[in-house]
Ligand binder design. Structure first.
Ligand SMILES: NC(=O)c1ccc[n+]([C@@H]2O[C@H](COP(=O)([O-])OP(=O)(O)OC[C@H]3O[C@@H](n4cnc5c(N)ncnc54)[C@H](OP(=O)(O)O)[C@@H]3O)[C@@H](O)[C@H]2O)c1
Length: 280
């Protein structure tokens, strides 16, 4: 049995599908009624992982845990102690490249560093996946692309090597099965450094449309996000890292290819796979 936290997230959903295809038993943790949307065969348990005492019973018979720090929040230490008590063997942590390649406000990288420290000292066999930004973050542009040919945002020249969620899930699934050496840290990125101007162009290519990126002042973007009701943390997190990536691109590694024995999927692949979300 595998237990997935952040099961409704981009990575959680992919990992669940992969593990089910491989015949594994999967428990998905959710805070709410989203359980109804999980694939057939998934055992869903509901509750708040920030206060995880309730999950002890659900950990019985679980061999491996996938941890999304966003979903576990301040409950991670307690969750790991419960897992050890219930005989769980392995833990896979979804961390971030910013731990080793600083970008954005230090407090966000510090949260991932803290999660890594807890996992590494948990007594479980651990694997840390330091993830570059997800290609799926581009879904934030979907409303603009569905309604026009221009994407407006800040720091068009900010460059990262975005990861396809299928690649993240494929590596995570291996680590959950125990086929990645325990006690190892892997920095996963996509195969190619791309700025935002180029990402928008590639989404356009997948849709057979000429899309362009229009630069806006960062403060304008911040105010727009706050006006949409987003918490301040969202523009703080996004704009801080984009500002840094405009000066120094995020890292590019070949770790996905080395671990999976096939090339990492490109952003163009991702745009093609997700064209319907942009109206294609
Ligand atoms: N996006 C990136 O570029 C990036 C890069 C590096 C690392 N990461 C990390 O990778 C991990 C996986 O990301 P992901 O995008 O697959 O999904 P995620 O953010 O981990 O998962 C989202 C799900 O977690 C659940 N959740 C529980 N408590 C939550 C809370 N307080 N706030 C928000 N969601 C909560 C929600 O599901 P329910 O509503 O069903 O409870 C939500 O659908 C995250 O920890 C993220 O920080 C992301």
């Amino acid at each position: 049995m595998i237990l997935i936290t952040g099961a409704n997230g981009v990575v959680g959903r992919q990992v669940m599908s992969l593990m089910l295809e491989e015949g594994a038993a999967v428990t998905a943790v959710t805070r709410g009624p989203g359980a109804a949307a999980f694939p057939v065969g998934v055992r869903a348990v509901s509750g708040d992982l920030f206060r995880p005492g309730w999950i002890e019973a659900a950990l019985e018979g679980v061999q491996a845990l996938q941890i999304s720090p966003r979903a576990t929040g301040p409950g991670l230490g307690a969750l790991l102690r419960l897992a050890v008590g219930q005989g769980v063997r392995r833990v896979v942590l979804l961390s971030a490249t910013t731990v080793a390649y600083p970008a954005g406000e230090a407090r966000f990288a510090a949260q991932f560093q803290h999660a890594e420290d807890l996992v590494r000292s948990s007594g479980l066999d651990w694997t840390v996946l330091r993830l570059a930004d997800f290609a799926a973050n581009a879904l934030a542009w979907a409303p603009q692309i569905r309604s026009g040919d221009v994407v407006r945002g800040a720091y068009g020249r900010a460059a990262t090597s975005p990861l396809h969620e299928i690649d993240i899930a494929a590596v995570a699934a291996r680590a959950l099965r125990g086929t990645v050496p325990p006690g190892s840290i892997h920095t996963l990125t996509g195969p190619q450094s791309l700025d935002q101007v180029e990402k928008v162009r590639l989404i356009g290519a997948a849709l057979d449309r000429a899309l362009s990126f229009q630069e806006l002042p960062p403060e304008h973007v911040r105010q727009g996000m706050l006006a949409q009701g987003l918490p301040e943390e969202v523009p703080d997190r996004l704009l801080g890292s984009l500002a840094d990536y405009a000066h120094q691109p995020g890292p590019t590694t070949d770790t996905v290819e080395k671990l999976l024995g096939r090339p990492a999927r490109t952003f163009a692949d991702w745009a093609h796979d997700n064209a319907p979300a942009f109206g294609g």
